[in-house]
Design a protein around this ligand. Structure first.
Ligand code: PGA
Length: 259
């Protein structure tokens, strides 16, 4: 399985010119790494049409979608509209969506189903509840996981990419600190155990499970060295192509090392 590194640009950068330069700074270097690593880049919606013209090695993802295919939903973007722009992935259940926009587990679930209906891959974040402490993370992850998949056809569950992203590790949150590699490895393993019960051991072993929260060039090895962590969801560090490419390189290096 290729390592997977998902870039979450959030509401950055400010201009389409900056977006193009940043994108090309990554795209042009990806041919060295795409044998063992896949990058999915999730810019703001507004840059997707432009960036889809330049993407060869990089896949494009969205940061949100509306669960309905069409209708009177001012300010929203549907999955049907996104698929027309060569968008293959979508980040769902992110802490910032849950906290600042009040997204509930059941809304996240509706969006997952909408994405899957259109053959788009949901990248589902688990760990986004400000009330959860380090000690209660496993319980929270289990609850959010179940809300995301219970009752869903197991073939569809098998298409979802899960990310363990504890809210306190996201770089822009107050007093953020990255998880330790051991903690991230333990929780990604826990997610794999949950998946095994639904899709079976063989299939679960081939599903990428990522860690997210303050991953950057300085600490990536702390996570990439664990075989149970198949990649990362990267926010702030993805806004600097050198920083981001070091993260990609490190996962790539580990992958070569282990095969
Ligand atoms: P961060 O963001 O890498 O800046 O912590 C990750 C995310 O919010 O997805």
């Amino acid at each position: 399985m290729k390592k997977l590194i998902v870039a979450n640009w959030k509401m950055n950068p400010k201009t389409s010119d900056e977006a193009r330069k940043l994108f090309l700074g990554i795209e042009h270097r990806m041919h060295f790494f795409n044998d063992k690593a896949q990058v999915v880049l999730c810019p703001p919606f507004i840059y997707l049409p432009q960036l889809s013209l330049y993407s060869h090695h990089i896949r494009l993802g969205a940061q949100n979608l509306h669960a309905k295919d069409s209708g009177a939903f001012t300010g929203e973007v549907s999955v049907a509209q996104l698929s027309g722009l060569r968008v293959t992935h979508v980040i769902l259940g992110h802490s910032e969506r849950r906290i600042y926009f009040g997204e509930t587990d059941s809304q996240v679930r509706e969006k997952i189903e909408a994405a899957l209906r259109h053959k788009m891959i949901p990248v589902v974040c688990l760990g986004g509840d400000p009330k959860a402490s380090k000690g209660t993370m496993k319980r929270l992850v289990t609850k959010q996981f179940k809300a995301a998949v219970n009752g869903l056809d197991k073939k569809l569950v098998g298409k979802i990419i899960f990310v363990y992203e504890p809210i306190w590790a996201i770089s822009t949150f107050k007093n953020a600190e990255p998880a330790t590699g051991e903690h991230a490895a333990e929780l990604t393993l826990h997610i794999r155990d949950l998946l095994e019960k639904i899709v079976g051991t063989v299939h679960a072993a081939n599903m990428p499970i990522l860690y997210g929260g303050s991953v950057n060039k300085a600490n990536v090895h702390e996570f990439s060295k664990f075989p149970t962590i198949d990649g990362a969801l990267v926010g702030a560090a993805s806004l600097d192509s050198d920083n981001f490419m070091t993260v990609v390189k490190e996962f790539h290096r580990e992958s070569i090392h282990k095969t």
